[in-house]
Design a protein around this ligand. Structure first.
Ligand code: HEM
Length: 304
């Protein structure tokens, strides 16, 4: 979608994309060799060179149907608000990191949670088969809207995994939050993970339970109040004016992936307790999240 079939050519750059995500939250030690930040800068250069090469190749071949082509065509046709070459490159890298790494990681965790929770997996499978889709079908919005429990499972996976653990904001004026005095221009970090694991809002927060979202829109005042609280505190895609641009796209991708997986496979973790790797995006140690576009993604799971 971003880069069409060329995605394969860029696969060797996966570790560079990871290095850039690591550098984003590192101390900006530009001049010291071997630092995370510097490794990220070098990685970014290699990614940009590969994208630039791809753009040069496309100047002669116009048969791609993806975002890169759309942006390039607007430029070639002299559209008044067309992006410059550097802006196109920047946007592509932003979308690779903001859209690809996040969604791949979220899907991986969802598959793991469902491997750990077979009853929920079976309930989801039953819902998927109730749609009675046969043969070579395409999923429509109508189908997606009928995946009520799957949607809750997607939400619950996003809560438990909290792919973006925290995000920053700058205070525009002096203010007070929960008794704390915040001065203008201070940078605050919203700790989304702590909110998502707050037992006062999410009962048994370490338990994977899509049904915790059942009460949204129904029940007595106490239940509705609780549901409202959950809604306000669930910040998997951020909040306010900078809320994730790809939020709906990501949820739809997760739903479609889940549906295809449930209706074609049963799976279990090859390793019951894969350790976590430190970093700003929670990952399994075997690097599975970054490989989800490749068939080998399934190596970490045993498919029956
Ligand atoms: C499960 C997948 C995803 C998660 C968990 C996620 C999460 C986030 C979060 C937490 C933010 C920061 C929001 C804030 O500061 O309030 C963000 C921003 C952003 N996301 Fe996503 N995202 C996902 C998928 C995507 C996709 C698929 C795209 C694009 C195709 C995308 C594009 C963006 C962009 C462009 C921003 C910056 C928005 C801005 O600053 O105005 N994201 N995302």
């Amino acid at each position: 979608m971003l880069l069409g079939a060329v995605g394969g050519k860029l696969r060797p750059l996966q570790s560079d994309v990871f290095a850039v995500t690591q550098a984003m939250l590192a101390l900006p030690l530009r001049c010291l060799p071997g630092t995370r930040f510097r490794r990220g800068l070098h990685a970014r250069k290699r990614i940009m060179a590969a994208l630039r090469e791809e753009m040069a190749a496309r100047n002669h071949h116009h048969h791609h149907h993806d975002l890169l082509s759309v942006l390039m065509q607007r430029r070639q046709l002299g559209h008044p608000d067309a992006l410059t070459e550097d802006q196109i490159l920047d946007n592509m890298l932003t979308l690779i990191i903001a859209g690809q790494v996040t969604t791949a990681t979220a899907i991986t965790w969802m598959v793991k949670y469902l491997s750990d929770n077979r009853l929920i997996q079976d309930k989801l499978r039953a819902e998927a088969f109730r749609l009675e889709l046969k043969g070579d079908y395409s999923l429509t919005m109508q189908h997606l809207n009928a995946m009520d429990y799957a949607y809750k499972a997607v939400k619950e996976s996003l809560r438990m995994a909290t792919i973006v653990s925290w995000f920053p904001r700058v205070a525009l004026k002096d203010c007070q939050v929960a008794g704390f005095h915040i001065k203008k221009d201070w940078i605050l970090n919203i700790d989304a993970r702590s909110l998502h694991y707050d037992p006062d809002v999410f009962d048994n927060p370490t338990v994977f339970d899509p049904s915790r979202f059942d009460e949204e829109g129904e029940g007595d005042d106490a239940k509705l109040g609780r549901a409202q609280q959950q809604k306000r505190r669930l910040l998997v895609f951020g909040a306010g004016g900078r809320t994730c641009l790809g939020m709906n796209h990501a949820k739809i991708m997760m739903l479609i992936f889940l549906h295809r997986l449930l209706t074609n496979f049963r799976w279990e973790m090859a390793d019951d307790d894969p350790p976590l790797r430190n970093g700003n995006v929670p990952r399994l140690k075997n690097d599975a999240p970054s490989a989800h576009t490749h068939p080998q993604f399934l190596i970490m799971f045993q498919i029956n």
